[in-house]
Design a protein around this ligand. Structure first.
Ligand code: SF4
Length: 616
């Protein structure tokens, strides 16, 4: 079965925790995690609801393979309505808490309402309690995690918590689990704070003992692990360099968003790359990277654990930052680094520590800071607003100061916490916000990788690389090479990636497996674990169903095809250097064909026939 078939419903307004059966009809249609929780969300809230009102619902959901012996089966997602975008939010995280929820006997936890005062959920197998958290409110992620471990004296307790950024209303606040794993995007932490829910602490000792055919599952997962081990990306590149393996590659193809996406290549890329993280520092002879790390059950181990030079200005008198913690991923290195033109790897690592320590999305923070730097360059924002900080591109001091302020919701950090769209709107320059549906771009300039433009424009959660990572095909040649500068064939490519990704997310697997696995590798694992018929074809259809359900939620929330757009800068200002020199993103060439392939109207609305075909 793989599903535990148990849902924990927590009503924060009433202070109740109740067990209910999982809707198995929906599970067979939507698999789990992202898909299944999106179905619950769609059924339980009015999509027009204010995301920060008690009427919004927040779901922590696992997939059927979460907690099993498959590789990367430690994933869980938070699904809710986003306060940043007004669209559906689904943020996926690794670490250990997903597997712990499953091992405690639950497929998902649904939080509804709002507690009258701060609480945390303590979950130990069947025992679920809401406990006052007034003493934890106002404390960082790291302090909260430490306090809960001190209280329960259990090193295997797994904690997901918000930090001060969420409490202060930062609209891209994250939920951090296991100290440095993040359900990072779209402000899911802000929703959690709006519910006065500080943390979820879980201990599960039951094991996932409900695999349909254990022998077949062992065979299928062992075969899958061999494929991952033999692959150059998942077997070598990611373990050695993490996602930072991409920094120099993407810079070379001319798709490295730089200076608030004015440029497509960054001179300082090498200094903040995965390779640079291995280099001994001049000051103390130690490298930035201490070790790699794995989430639950993962055989790839792309995680980074880093230290900062103890003499670095940012932490000179702060011994609490002298130890090792979650290091730079490619996305954080790009957003904090090249988009702000900063190549001081210690400063980036410190800012990244702060994002983990107080729970905020480093992509949205870095991108918002880059927009603020452009506003400062134009004289629109001055030192009067910034509290005397010179907000110049290239200033590592500005980055670290602003990260400190935003994490705590103080000074100009409060404005940065609004996100790039609201900041640029406020100062009268909406065109300087590099966002789609109000969410900041990730690290691939769509002038140099055309399919990513369509990916961003049509993403159901705003600009995002994790909804359709066509970089795999367009740059890395996986599963087959396509020309990054061509638009022909990209609508079909984007749709195929979107549907496959929705299925992978919903199974409870990490998307990084798909550098090596196709759905042909994944289907036998799901089929051996779960009731029902699970083939690669069925998974594509499941993914398409999930994609259309999310789209329908967004349409019902008030979004439309008009929101499938890119900032003018990417459509009008040609790339100045690199292989894409002279190119803009040709979204208009791709979008109509994409709508047609999707079975949507020319305005981008799913037709009744399409929804009926997918039984939505
Ligand atoms: S590949 Fe990386 S992010 Fe994915 S599960 Fe493994 S360690 Fe975690």
């Amino acid at each position: 079965m793989a599903w535990t078939q148990n849902v924990l419903r927590v009503n924060l307004s009433r202070g109740t925790c109740q067990k209910e059966p999982l809707n198995m009809d929906w599970a067979k249609q939507y698999l789990g995690q992202r898909g299944l929780a999106s179905k619950y969300l769609s059924e339980e809230i009015d999509p027009k609801v204010d995301a920060l009102s008690p009427d919004n619902v927040m779901i922590m959901a696992t997939g059927p393979l979460t907690g099993t012996m498959t590789s990367t089966g430690g994933r869980y997602s938070i699904i809710t309505k986003s306060p940043l975008t007004g669209a559906i939010a689904c943020s996926n995280s690794g670490g250990f808490i997903g597997a712990e929820i499953k091992n405690a006997g639950w497929d998902m936890i649904i939080f509804e309402g709002r507690a009258a005062s701060p609480v945390y959920l303590y979950l130990e197998n069947d025992k679920a309690e809401l406990i006052p958290a007034d003493d934890l409110w106002g404390r960082s992620v790291w302090a909260t995690d430490e306090e809960l471990h001190r209280k329960y004296q259990d090193p295997l307790l797994r904690v997901a918590t918000i930090g001060r950024a969420a409490e202060q209303g930062c609209l891209y606040a994250a939920v951090i689990n296991d100290l440095h794993r993040a359900a990072g995007r779209s402000g899911v932490g802000t929703v959690m704070a709006s519910k006065n829910l500080k943390a979820v602490a879980v201990r599960g000792t039951r094991g996932v003992g409900n695999i349909k055919d254990p022998i077949a599952f062992m065979k299928a997962t062992a075969a899958g692990k061999k494929v991952l081990a033999d692959d150059a990306v998942t077997g070598e590149g990611l373990p050695k360099y993490g996602t930072q393996v991409l920094m120099n590659v993407i810079n070379e193809v001319g798709a490295m968003p730089t200076r608030n996406m004015r440029d497509v290549q960054f001179d300082g890329a090498e200094n903040i790359s995965g390779e640079a993280m291995h280099e001994p520092r001049e000051s103390d002879g130690k490298p930035n990277l201490t070790t790699n790390a794995a989430c639950f059950g993962c055989t790839i181990a792309c995680g980074r654990i880093s230290t900062i030079d103890q003499g670095h200005y940012s932490i000179q008198n702060k011994p609490e930052y002298w130890g090792a913690s979650g290091g730079l991923e490619y996305e954080s290195a790009w957003a904090l680094g090249s988009d702000c033109c900063i190549d001081d790897i210690d400063a980036l690592t410190y800012a990244n520590f702060l994002c983990n320590e107080d729970g905020m999305d480093p992509i949205s923070f870095g991108s918002t800071l880059a927009a603020a730097m452009e506003l400062y360059e134009r004289g629109v924002i001055t030192q009067e607003q910034t509290g005397g900080v010179e907000l110049k591109f290239g200033s590592a001091e500005a980055l670290t100061k602003m990260a400190e302020l935003t994490a705590k919701g103080e000074g100009f950090g409060k404005e940065l916490g609004m996100g790039s769209k609201r900041l640029c709107d406020k100062y009268g320059y909406p065109e300087l916000s590099m966002t789609v549906k109000g969410q900041e771009f990730p690290a691939y300039d769509p002038r140099g990788i055309q399919g990513m433009g369509l990916t961003y424009a049509t993403s159901n959660r705003g600009a995002c690389h994790l909804r359709s990572y066509t970089v795999s095909s367009e740059v890395l040649g996986v599963p087959e090479k396509t020309d990054p500068l061509a638009t022909e064939g990209k609508p079909a490519l984007v749709m195929a990636f979107q549907d496959a990704t929705a299925a992978v997310d919903s199974a409870g697997l990490c998307i990084f497996t798909t550098f090596a696995w196709t759905l042909e590798d994944i289907a036998p694992q799901i089929a051996a674990a779960c009731e029902g018929e699970w083939t690669a074809e069925n998974l594509v259809e499941t993914g398409e169903r999930i994609w259309n359900l999310e789209r329908k939620f967004n349409m019902d929330a008030g979004l439309s095809g008009k929101d499938d757009k890119l900032p003018k800068r990417l459509l009008k200002d040609a790339a100045k250097t690199g292989p894409a020199k002279g190119r803009v993103n040709d979204l208009a060439k791709m979008l109509p064909e994409y709508y047609s392939l999707r079975g949507w109207t020319p305005d981008g609305v799913p037709t009744k026939e399409t929804l009926d075909r997918l039984a939505i």
